[in-house]
Design a protein around this ligand. Structure first.
Ligand SMILES: Nc1ncnc2c1ncn2[C@@H]1O[C@H](COP(=O)(O)OP(=O)(O)O)[C@@H](O)[C@H]1O
Ligand SMILES: [Mg+2]
Length: 352
């Protein structure tokens, strides 16, 4: 599902840019502040409907402009699709093959984008919601019906919590809660069975340590969700919110028997985060025959040279379209031979 063409208008410092991309590897270089991250961010917006740098979409619009657009062409099973996003005061508008207002899920299916960037370690360091989002992103792409189950669960969780807040009984919601919750958990746990071993393998390559990922489903091991819900009834009432269930799920990450979140250095956390994301790309590729688009922002600035080489080795083994950035062409593998772009003050120019 490579992105073969991208056209950007009024995205941060990029007034206008058009890039014809290779299906395999692409390299973007330029000085600090040139617009490299902005370019990746624009591609990410096209596939995910949001940025990886800010929650406030309006910051993405070039100063003094009313709105931005990103247009791209991506090939899925030999069919070329046209995707577009337009962001203005009216919000985010999406288009896919001429139809407007398609959901982000449809964009994501047409242009699956992953990113490794300087704040990726928040996946490790941050709260469980970041890891659930990461997990669910992977589940969404391999489990048909997951999005539907997840939405059903969110809905009934909201209804149950509303009842708890008003001091009402929850019997009307409990059966639906358990049913939807089990569907969400089942899909996550099937996905996790694929992800876990890949994380161990890629984690060993990147960190030289034993990395063990575990799936915490959101309630006590050994209990069914129905049993856990019953056991939590009292606390739920007291707190006015449901305390157990898939909305409390998390991933445990242990390196050589120590919690990565608690003990690993920032540099190690960056590598572990990269290992998680790359593993997701590999699982995705195993399912779809293609890993989608992988954006990697300035890894040379983030990693020591040994870690950087290990990362490049893993990147080369992945069947995904790679768009990599860096300060100069010095970090580029010598046998490059793939498109190289130079960015300077928001202007993107192809140099190879
Ligand atoms: N909304 C915006 N409008 C115009 N310029 C912006 C906007 N947001 C950020 N910039 C500028 O874009 C420039 C490029 O940033 P960035 O893409 O992070 O560069 P790089 O990744 O190459 O270091 C920065 O100098 C920043 O000031
Ligand atoms: Mg940058």
């Amino acid at each position: 599902m490579p992105l073969e063409l991208v056209r950007i208008e009024n995205f941060r410092c990029i007034e206008q840019a058009e890039l014809g991309l290779s299906k395999h590897r692409n390299y973007v270089f330029g000085q600090n502040g040139a617009g490299k991250t902005s370019l990746l961010e624009a591609i990410y917006l096209l596939g995910r409907g949001r940025s990886f740098r800010t929650r406030q979409n309006k910051r993405l619009i070039r100063h003094g402009q009313e709105g931005l657009t990103v247009y791209g062409e991506s090939t899925v099973t030999a069919h070329r699709h046209r995707l577009g996003v337009k962001l203005s005061a009216a919000g985010l508008e999406t288009r896919l093959d001429g139809s407007s207002a398609v959901g982000i899920a449809e964009l994501a299916r047409t242009l699956p984008v992953h990113v490794i960037e300087p704040t990726s370690h928040q996946l490790i360091e941050g709260g469980p919601s970041k890891r659930r989002r990461f997990l669910d992103w992977g589940v969404f792409h391999v489990e048909q019906g997951f999005l539907e189950a997840w939405r059903r669960y969110r809905r009934v969780l909201g209804q149950r919590n509303a009842a708890l807040k008003q001091g009402q009984g929850t019997a009307a919601w409990d059966t639906a809660f358990v049913e939807a919750g089990a569907a969400v958990d089942g899909a996550r746990s099937r996905y996790f069975d694929h992800l876990g071993p890949v994380v161990a393998e890629i984690g060993a390559t990147l960190t030289g340590r034993r990395l063990v990922l575990s799936y915490r489903r959101g309630w006590s091991a050994g209990l069914s969700l129905a049993e856990a819900l019953r056991a939590s009834q009292q606390r739920d009432r007291g707190l006015g919110a449901t305390q157990v269930g898939p909305h409390r799920a998390d991933l445990g990450i242990v390196m050589d028997d120590h919690g990565v979140r608690e003990e690993a250095s920032r540099g190690q956390q960056k590598l572990v985060a990269a290992a998680l994301i790359l593993s997701q790309v590999r699982v995705f590729a195993g399912e779809h025959g293609d890993g989608g688009v992988l954006l990697v922002d300035d890894p040379a600035a983030e990693l020591d040279s040994e870690a950087f080489s290990s990362l490049m080795r893993v990147l080369e083994s992945l069947p995904a379209q790679l768009i990599l950035t860096g300060l100069s062409t010095a970090a580029l593998p010598p046998d490059a031979g793939f498109p190289v772009f130079h960015v300077e003050r928001g202007q993107v120019r192809s140099v190879l």
